[in-house]
Design a binder for this molecule. Structure first.
Ligand SMILES: *Cc1c(COP(=O)(O)O)cnc(C)c1O
Length: 559
């Protein structure tokens, strides 16, 4: 059957020169043009409609079946399909098995609905296909990128008009850089921090050129470390590995009961490091403005003061929470961010841009000189080429999307989105606290909160007088929350995520929690109540007093 079909199609579709040329020349007659417009319509509206009608969060097809359906490693000699058929296939056969991240019931991750105009803007980026690695393939887009960087830099650092006039288009300085994502933004920030800490000095050419062993020798040291709370994102560990510091030397500092870095612990760690008399050096201390798991914000001001006192590079990972500076109502939550030597923010998170876009900003417009690279055929010294100071080589002109989005939304538009998230999360927290079978674990500082099912009869048991039973009850609670999250995901209507937290005041206890990220403006309290109702119902069906609890944990690997 499959064979026959391919054969049939091969008869009409042939990869010859004429067919090939057609794919490079945009059709200029009315008939073909209107067909192309139809395809775009199909993408813009057909896809949305289809998703609305046919999928909740995701279709029920198991990953196993999908893997089977995608196990062909052959490429056809001749064309298999025309554009129209390919688009139809994508809409009808592929999209339904994707995840409908735009659903207001999808509240588990940092990926969500985006304004519809983002698709238009992304299309323009693809259609122009600029490469901002160098001016010769991007021209105005390299200049636009610098302007957007200055706009966001200004929101963070609030420097003078003079400062921005001086640096916005200066070829000698850089206020930051667009990257592919938050991970590469963090890596860039720490790359710069490492090179600034292990800079050239009397006879030593700097770590970037001579490598770690020579740098350690020149600085009389044995170990470089980075300090961050234990809620730090794993991209920071990757940076430790890539930069030759070693990911084990990205040291996790304990957090307090609000999941903020514990300053007493941090100061103790610094004191211990200082006792090594330079043998161990701190490359950077990191504050997190919105931890991935709980959305908590470290004490940014105090961290800045500690870094200044010890002369250490201060990095703020604001990949999640950064855009909060757009809200006059909540920007105080990020007070102290302006002390940071570097700040990272994701475009594809709370700037609601399509995948994928990250950014890194620097307080000192000269500090990116530590990562300058030149190549003779592009990127000559003193040019506007953005590739001189970016980890990436070829890069899309994503900055134009943010530039246009800021124009379309205005600061206030973004602020409304962020405020909706924060305020809905707070109301959701109150709802959770009012329900007897739930427990709020981390109240939201921004728009992320964690909680768990904690049936009231187990609450009574746990407060009872039989300490021998406690570990058993805790394990059962974890089991309940693991199961409920998986079963809810499999039902396909709503999605919350799940993580494991170590809690201050509950030493040694790993708590499985449900995690909600409220960023879709369509996510209302009514929807969130339904999410909780469904969790209660799943619990009653599967775990009610007499329900059977299977020992088999094989289901864990089903996703
Ligand atoms: C998401 C996130 C990152 C990583 O960003 P990606 O865009 O996924 O690479 C880093 N830090 C924090 C705090 C994040 O939430």
């Amino acid at each position: 059957m499959q064979q026959e079909n391919t054969h049939e199609r091969n008869k009409e579709l042939v990869a010859d020169w004429q067919a090939l040329m057609r794919t490079f020349i945009c059709p200029d007659n009315d008939v073909s043009q209107s067909r192309l417009v139809k395809y775009m319509q199909q993408i813009l509206f057909g896809l949305q409609d289809f998703l609305k009608k046919h999928v909740g969060i995701t279709e029920e097809t198991s990953l196993k079946d999908l893997v089977k359906a995608y196990s062909d490693s052959h490429i056809n000699e001749n064309p298999e399909k025309k554009l129209t058929d390919v688009i139809t296939d994508l809409i009808e056969d592929v999209a339904p098995h994707a995840v409908n991240v735009a659903s207001p019931y999808f509240v588990g991750h940092m990926t969500s609905a985006i304004p519809f105009f983002m698709v238009h803007l992304k299309t323009i980026v693809a259609a122009l296909n600029q490469n901002v690695v160098k001016l010769e393939t991007s021209k105005v887009f390299s200049v636009v990128e610098r302007q957007v960087l200055a706009k966001i830099h200004r929101l963070i650092y609030r420097k003078s008009d003079d400062f921005y006039i001086r640096h916005i288009q200066s070829t000698d300085t850089a206020l930051g850089c667009f990257t592919e994502d938050g991970t590469l933004a963090n890596i860039t920030a720490l790359w710069v921090a490492r090179n600034a800490a292990l800079a050239p000095k009397n006879g030593f050419d700097g770590v970037e050129s001579e490598g770690i062993p020579a740098a350690f020798q020149a600085y009389g040291m044995e170990r470089a470390v980075i300090l961050v709370s234990r809620l730090g994102h794993f991209s920071l560990k990757k940076a430790g590995g890539l930069l030759g510091i070693g990911n084990r030397n990205v040291l996790a500092v304990d957090v307090d009961h609000n999941n903020r870095i514990d300053l007493k612990c941090l100061n103790k760690t610094i004191r211990e490091i200082n006792k090594t008399e330079g043998k161990t050096r701190i490359i950077a201390i990191i504050g997190i403005a919105g931890t991935t798991e709980t959305g908590s914000i470290d004490p940014l001001r105090q961290l800045g003061e500690i870094c200044a006192e010890h002369g250490v590079h201060y990095h703020v990972d604001a990949v999640w929470g950064g855009p909060t500076v757009l809200s006059d109502k909540y920007k105080h939550l990020l007070k102290g961010i302006e002390l940071a030597d570097s700040v990272t923010i994701d475009g594809h998170k709370q700037f609601y841009m399509p995948m994928s876009c990250g950014m890194v900003y620097f307080k000192d417009p000269k500090i990116m000189d530590t990562v300058i690279y030149h190549a003779n055929y592009v990127n000559r010294p003193g040019s506007v080429d953005l590739g001189i100071k970016s980890l990436a080589g070829s890069r899309e002109a994503n900055s134009i999307i943010l530039d246009c989005a800021l124009k379309i939304m205005g600061r206030r538009g973004y602020a409304l989105l962020l405020e909706h998230g924060i305020e809905t999360a707070r109301e959701f927290a109150r709802e959770i606290q009012q329900r007897p079978d739930f427990e709020l674990i981390t109240p939201p500082e921004l728009n992320i909160l964690t909680y768990r099912l904690f049936p009231s009869h187990l609450k009574k048991k746990l407060s009872g007088k039989d300490p021998a039973r406690i570990p058993h009850i805790r394990e059962r609670l974890n089991e309940i929350n693991r199961r409920v999250q998986i079963l809810q995901r499999e039902r396909g209507k709503s999605f919350v995520s799940r993580t494991t937290l170590k809690m201050d005041g509950r030493p040694g206890e790993d708590i499985v929690v449900l995690r909600c990220v409220i960023m879709n403006p369509m996510t209302s309290m009514k929807i969130l109540r339904e999410v909780l109702d469904e969790q209660e119902e799943i619990y009653r069906n599967f775990f009610g007093e007499f329900a059977f609890l299977p020992e088999n944990r094989g289901y864990e690997s089903s996703f």
